[in-house]
Design a protein around this ligand. Structure first.
Ligand code: NAI
Length: 258
């Protein structure tokens, strides 16, 4: 039976790769992105998120087999928090009833190894409170103090914590919907291309994210894991952050964290 799966960030990088893998196996993909997608929407704004949810629900007819939320960005600005946290959570909340109506629904998001790195506790707390105004105010304060470098880690840490908290609730686990994240290391996509052009930045990146197993990954590597997480085969993995990072997380956090 054809499954219908919504994929955000479908126009580029990891989202594009997962959309391709799903289409290749016969699934119908409803891509959501700023452009070049079935649904064009700006997930940075409440209006854009509402439009995206409504459009996906219209296209899937109210029953959705899977959602893969990859849209995101890594710049040191509050926009990163708006898209990476609030954009993802709004999509999951909005699509959850349609997922619950499916026979074997699945959801997965793109986290990051950066979610384990130095973050801003005020931004994270406001995100987990669902208070976007407070999160953006905290983000502005972080920009003033630390030039915004903690915003991407904050957005991904908050997302991972929200996911672990939500995945085991009646609305998700109780409705039979596994909800997981992948946490990639460095992936070769348009997001990272500019970093590779600067040798100093590349050194910083390699120190921050050491990848002893096979080095930097192609987007298809991460997409394969996302494909499995939203496949019918995944009946019991939920609330997990799967590090698809060539060993970076194990290197950085050591054997005591699991
Ligand atoms: P990418 O830049 O190739 O693709 C991101 C997609 O998200 C683009 O198509 C973009 O248009 C879309 N997007 C951005 N802002 C949006 C908005 N406001 N509304 C709707 N769509 C929007 O990036 P990549 O590398 O594929 O990243 C995908 C996800 O993986 C992101 O969440 C990123 O944080 C995460 N990730 C990426 C890593 C990497 O090394 N590339 C490492 C760890 C996590």
């Amino acid at each position: 039976m054809t499954r219908t799966i919504a994929v955000s960030g479908s126009a580029s990088g990891i989202g594009r790769a997962v959309a391709g893998l799903l289409r290749d196996q016969g699934d119908e993909v409803i891509g959501v992105d700023l452009k070049d997608a079935e649904v064009t929407a700006d997930l940075a704004t409440p209006e854009g998120r509402a439009h995206a949810v409504e459009a996906v629900l219209g296209l899937c007819g109210g029953t959705l087999d899977g959602a893969v939320l990859c849209a995101g960005l890594s710049g040191p600005t509050p926009l990163t928090v708006r898209v990476n946290f609030f954009g993802v959570v709004a999509m999951l909340d909005g699509l959850r009833p349609a997922l619950a109506a499916a026979v074997r629904p699945r959801a997965a998001v793109a986290g990051s190894i950066s979610g384990t790195q130095q973050a801003d506790p005020d931004v994270i707390a406001a995100c987990l409170d669902g208070d976007e105004t407070a999160a953006l105010a905290a983000a502005e304060r972080t920009v003033a103090r630390h030039a915004g470098h903690r915003l991407y880690p904050s957005s991904k840490s908050a997302l991972a914590q929200w996911l672990r908290r939500s995945a085991v609730t009646p609305g998700w686990a109780g409705a039979g919907i596994p909800l997981n994240a992948v946490a990639p290391g460095v992936v070769l996509t348009p997001m990272t291309t500019p970093l590779f052009e600067d040798p100093a930045m590349r050194r910083v990146m390699d120190e921050a994210v050491p990848m002893p197993l096979n080095g930097h990954a192609e987007p298809e590597v991460v997409a394969e894991v996302l494909r499995w997480l939203v496949s019918p085969a995944n009946s019991h993995v939920t609330g997990q952050v799967l590090y698809v990072d060539g060993g970076a997380e194990a290197t950085l956090r050591g054997p005591g964290v699991f």
